[in-house]
Design a protein around this ligand. Structure first.
Ligand code: URA
Length: 252
């Protein structure tokens, strides 16, 4: 999953980096024989642990499966009303995960952002290389949004969005070609390849409309699973990660 193979880590460092406590607290867990690998209690804090995707299945801490080991990515069905930030005042997306995940090093970060008032597919990872590959403008990973609009579509929006010439207020570069697919008079899919601040809302504002509801259902070839309710999340498999980068028809 990760671009670079992860090194083996000392057990106390691994657990401490994963938020299980300070090195001293982790030592306490080890001394109390509360950490095991493949059914055998580990007694040495300095034991080297190879990081692998199946480590959660193989290691137990206080009798529970280990959290996802470093180099993981989760798909969250982001509900409305939570913010993609580590420090805003309101409820944060991070509050949807176990508190221990908030103490991880490297930290879990959102892959790009969704506004507080946008729901749908949000990825989070502690793998900086993977994060950058997904958001890199060169990769042109598509993002599809379902937008509910205040006013009916005029029929001119698709050509304007596909032109690659739409300049948004305050920006010095036009928006890359985007694909508009009407779903009804005041509803449409919009597929974009960029991650600019409030991009979809600003694109519709530029053509005299106003976005009333916004939901993202797809990143590259990865879709928000229908059985994942708002607020729920799950880890992605390597095959699903590959889907993100699946070549697709260009939106423009
Ligand atoms: N564009 C927006 O305007 N908001 C989002 O949350 C995502 C894309």
């Amino acid at each position: 999953m990760s671009a670079k193979p992860l090194p083996a880590l000392r057990l106390d460092r691994l657990l401490s980096n994963m938020g299980y406590g300070s090195r001293r607290e982790v030592q306490g867990l080890i001394d109390a024989e509360l950490v095991s690998l493949d059914g055998t209690v580990i007694t040495r804090a300095e034991a080297k642990i190879s990081i692998s995707a199946d480590l959660s299945e193989r290691m137990r801490v206080r009798g529970a499966k280990l959290d996802p080991p470093p180099g993981f990515i989760v798909l969250l069905h982001k509900p409305l009303g939570v913010t993609c930030s580590h420090k805003d005042a309101g409820p944060l997306v991070y509050s949807l995960f176990p508190p221990r995940w908030g103490r991880r090093e490297p930290p879990l970060s959102t892959v790009g952002r969704l506004d507080k008032d946008t729901s749908g597919l949000l990825l989070l990872t502690d793998d900086g290389d993977l994060l950058h590959r997904i958001i890199s403008p060169r990769k042109k990973v598509t993002k599809r949004y379902r937008a509910g609009l205040a006013r009916p579509l005029t029929g001119e929006e698709a050509a304007i969005f596909a032109s690659g010439a739409l300049l948004l207020e305050g920006d010095d570069k036009p928006v890359s070609p985007a694909l508009l697919e009407p779903l009804g008079p005041r509803e449409a899919w919009l597929t974009v390849t960029e991650g600019r601040y409030h991009l979809v809302r600003r694109m519709f504002a530029a053509v005299g409309n106003h976005v009333e509801s916004l939901h993202r259902d797809r990143i590259g070839g990865l879709e928000l699973p229908h059985d994942l309710a708002a607020g729920q999340y799950r880890r992605l498999s390597p095959a699903e990660i590959a889907c993100i980068f699946e070549a697709e028809a260009s939106p423009g």
